[in-house]
Design a protein around this ligand. Sequence first.
Ligand SMILES: [Cu+2]
Length: 149
Amino acid sequence: MWAAVGLLAIFLSTILVTAATDAVHPPSHMETVDPGTLANNLEFANPGLTVRPDGSTIVTVVAQMFSFAPDPIEVSANRPVTFRLTSPDVMHGFEIVGTNANAMVIPGYVSQFTVTFKNPGEYIIGCNEYCGLMHHNMVGKLIVREEPK
Ligand SMILES: [Cu+2]
């Protein structure tokens, strides 16, 4: 029994340590959107990037069978990037491989998170929720450019 208690303590401390040191967050943003009228939605009808005066970027993304829009997404390194994601059809995933950016994209909801990419380069965006026959082809690209001077 003490071995089981010890394992639980190890698992719990692993969660707490990674949450504190690796910026792992539980989901906290709660916002709904009508998936049936995305085409008329001011924000999601034209998914894309908005760069704010302070250099931070908002990226509005629509994930649908079997692609992400916009694709590719181009952002600057070392600037906060807020992703706002939704889906008009089924549940998708949005994982930027090699980073801690990873969210579920659920019809009817806006998933939002903010990340800062330190390393310029090209990253693969993968759907990690099975969404249909061509799920394995649902990939996008993120290009992180050097920080503008
Ligand atoms: Cu998928």
